[in-house]
Design a binder for this molecule. Structure first.
Ligand SMILES: N[C@@H](CCC(=O)N[C@@H](CS)C(=O)NCC(=O)O)C(=O)O
Length: 221
């Protein structure tokens, strides 16, 4: 065994970003399912390793790490045969970081601010103004993809993995309009062609969207 353990749940977009990275690197790893809807991440044992009690959490031979963006970068730096997924070139790496921070602070947050009250307090009605963040997210992605097939130039990177896991999940609240966002739509289709996409992101995302659709009853102005 490789000694790599990923604690996760396939409904979680950040977990799926790590699965995309692990699969792209063809790494052997153990996957430990954490039932976050039942609060399994809140046990003393889990919090001892990750005080933020979030999935994904990684243990690499006893090195504990959390946050999908940090995990994906670590895995490529440590295990990849080349640096294409996380370039060492200063400018390219800076651009990857910009997209990763965009996912962490803007894109994923636009979803989390809606889904957290749903999962924590059974809130089922969402004020329309809260969905504005999702529209802004799609709009910015469309701009980032204006002149290149991937988020950082011509090369697939972990920025694509992190952002696509979130972007495909936004459809649980506001479906992507392919006419309005053709570049985003084409970029998602491009990523769907990866041989490991369905296993790492596709089916978990479908399940996540199904769950959101059962919980979200209305978006109100
Ligand atoms: N920025 C973090 C976000 C992780 C996150 O919020 N995970 C959610 C699931 S999508 C979670 O573990 N929630 C359970 C909790 O906060 O207790 C990352 O990218 O890993």
């Amino acid at each position: 065994m490789s000694g790599i353990i990923l604690y996760g749940n396939d409904i979680s977009p950040p977990v799926r970003a790590c699965l995309l990275t692990l699969k792209a690197l063809k790494l052997n790893f153990e996957y430990k399912h954490v039932d976050i809807l039942a609060g399994e991440q809140l046990t003393d044992d889990f919090i001892k390793h990750n005080p933020q009690h979030t999935v994904p959490t990684l243990s690499d031979n006893g090195v504990w790490l959390w946050d999908s963006h940090a995990i994906c970068a670590y895995l490529v730096d440590k295990y990849a045969k080349d640096d294409s997924l996380y370039p060492r070139d200063l400018v390219l790496r800076a651009r990857v970081h910009q997209r990763l921070y965009f996912d962490a602070s803007i894109l994923f947050m636009s979803l989390r601010c809606i889904t957290r009250p749903m999962f924590k307090n059974n809130v089922s009605i969402v004020p329309r103004e809260k969905t504005q963040g999702i529209i802004e997210g799609y709009t910015l992605l469309e701009k980032f993809l204006t002149s290149a097939p991937y988020l950082v130039s011509d090369c697939l990177t972990i920025a694509d993995f992190c952002c696509v896991a979130t972007a495909t999940s936004l459809g649980g609240v506001i479906e992507l309009d392919a006419k309005k966002y053709p570049k985003v739509s084409a970029w998602i289709e491009r990523l769907k062609k990866l041989p490991y996409y369905e296993e790492a992101n596709g089916w978990g995302c479908k399940r996540y969207i199904e769950i959101l659709k059962t919980r979200l009853t209305a978006i109100v102005s």
